[in-house]
Ligand binder design. Structure first.
Ligand code: R5P
Length: 284
């Protein structure tokens, strides 16, 4: 198994699978080119663990290079991409837009990927662009287990938008609470987010905002500001992928979020929920 750029997660998966862990060394040249070297060549069956978090394009070329090298020795290469960048580019929203997920399919196929396993991919439509075996697993059960250990007052699960309603429903049903989904509007050109829901009865309740990813923090901040105005108690955030670009974490806390809890698909301070067991179950 090749450890890639999420070494702690890869180590846990390798230990649970009793697989040998091959290390990678990455060198970035002054012109921005990256060069990855494997500590040794893999055997017949190889698993590559590589997240395509920012810098997305750079990590993408690295994972493709690693798979390509692995395929020179292995019969089958399974790519575990815990965070799949570009998953939001799954359809042509505005005329002329490129469906980059289609391009990723060609790239991953071209280097010889047999199967791709992703975690809570933003859009399953994106995954349908792949002409190989794919599997989308969810970190929600692991996130729920974390929240079951916290003492919450009359908790309510909230999705910041209608698109995430099923995710909130899944979280709430295994957590044992009710759920709601706000109506969010995002300007396709500026990316600005607006909450369209007008009123909610959340007074004095602890809320868990559930989302697949936090990028700029705009969605979570707008939702939190709205929920705080409705006089809720504390706001927690449960998300799978915490990209937390720039000062997103500071701005989210400033908006009134008590705690951000994310899965270890992307290394970071908030990535405290381990999903290695869930990934191992998918591999087996
Ligand atoms: C949107 O549909 C997604 O589920 C996330 O809510 C969104 O991508 C998060 O992005 P940001 O943090 O920039 O609002």
């Amino acid at each position: 198994m090749i450890e890639g750029n999420v070494p702690e997660l890869a180590k846990k998966i390798a230990e649970k699978l009793n697989a040998k862990l091959i290390k990678t060394q990455t060198r970035i040249f002054p012109d921005g080119e990256s060069k990855v070297t494997l500590s040794e060549n893999p055997g017949k069956y190889c698993i590559v663990v590589y997240s395509t978090f920012p810098p997305v394009d750079s990590n993408l070329i690295k994972v493709l290079a690693v798979i390509s090298k692995a395929k020179e020795h292995a019969q089958e290469v399974t790519a575990i991409i815990p965070y799949m960048g570009y998953a939001r580019q799954d359809r042509e929203f505005l005329p002329g837009e490129i469906v980059t997920m289609k391009v990723l399919n060609r790239l991953f196929r071209g280097v010889g990927t047999s199967k791709i396993i992703v975690v809570d991919i933003h859009s399953k439509i994106g995954l349908k662009q792949f002409a190989m075996k794919t599997e989308n697993i969810s970190a929600i059960p692991d996130l729920v287990k974390y929240f079951q250990k916290i003492k919450l007052k009359n908790p309510l699960v909230v999705s910041p938008d209608k698109g995430g309603e099923q995710r909130a429903k899944m979280f709430a049903s295994s957590f044992g609470s009710d759920y709601i989904a706000l109506t969010k509007n995002r300007d396709r050109k500026t990316g600005k987010v607006k909450i369209m829901t007008s009123k909610l009865a959340v007074q004095d309740r602890d809320l868990i905002l559930v989302d697949d990813m936090i990028s700029t923090g705009g969605s979570i901040i707008k939702a939190t500001e709205f929920l705080k105005k409705q006089k809720c108690r504390r706001v927690f955030v449960a998300c799978t992928h915490a990209l937390l670009m720039n000062d997103a974490e500071v701005r989210i806390k400033k908006a009134g979020v008590t705690k951000i809890v994310s899965a270890n698909t992307i290394p970071g301070k908030t990535s405290i929920v381990d999903i290695s067991d869930t990934i191992v179950d998918a591999i087996k």
